[in-house]
Design a protein around this ligand. Sequence first.
Ligand SMILES: [Fe+2]
Length: 251
Amino acid sequence: MWPDLSISGPISPSTAKDSHHHYFHAAGSTSDRRSTHPAPESSVFRSARYLEGKEEVIQAWYMDDIEGDQRLPHHREPKQFVSIDRLSELGVLSWRLNADDYENDEALKKIREARGYSYLDICEVCQEKLPNYETKIKNFFEEHLHIDEEIRYCVEGSGRFFLFEGYFDVRDENDQWIRVAVNKGGMIVLPAGIYHRFTLDTNNYIKTLRLFVGEPVWTPHNRPVDHLPARKEYLDALQKKTAGGQAVEAH
Ligand SMILES: [Fe+2]
């Protein structure tokens, strides 16, 4: 049975639509709170209580291009980490939440309200519980995009060795792979139109909440699908974001 995580009160269509198109606003991040041009929904996030130490549950780094087990970290030599702020520049949003109390968590509730995430279910990825496990694992790791956000909140891992539980690999603007490692308590949003893939790490287990705006559509569009409007919109938003950042630095 799913936990009751329903939002009190309806989500207006305009809220859902707005939030869908505001995926580049890193609401809840420190950089967003410092911004002189806050996202419209940022006041909602100021009042929410988020856990510190996001970097302990979400870490990112540039990947090497060495063939081999996809479940290994694949760090470059030397290691080249990527900051949370840099991820938000690419449209990848993240939070650290209290995964031990996700059924009553006010912070999660506020994120869902502000971004219109009306749908929620639980997805366990492991050999025993996921039907067609081998096929799905293979498909998850095919480079693809979605025409909607991909929202995942890791609420449980194997707990062994304090390793990460899952890797969401995303392409940066130069088509390099960034590996985004997520552990229990980490929630991330991949924007519509970003090329990405997913793999478990060597623990071979993750339990996530999957969220969505409205009725969920999980369809992956395998690369190349550059003609899709969602891809074009993503690249436009990315370019504006990058150009905006450079203009600020130039002053
Ligand atoms: Fe995906």
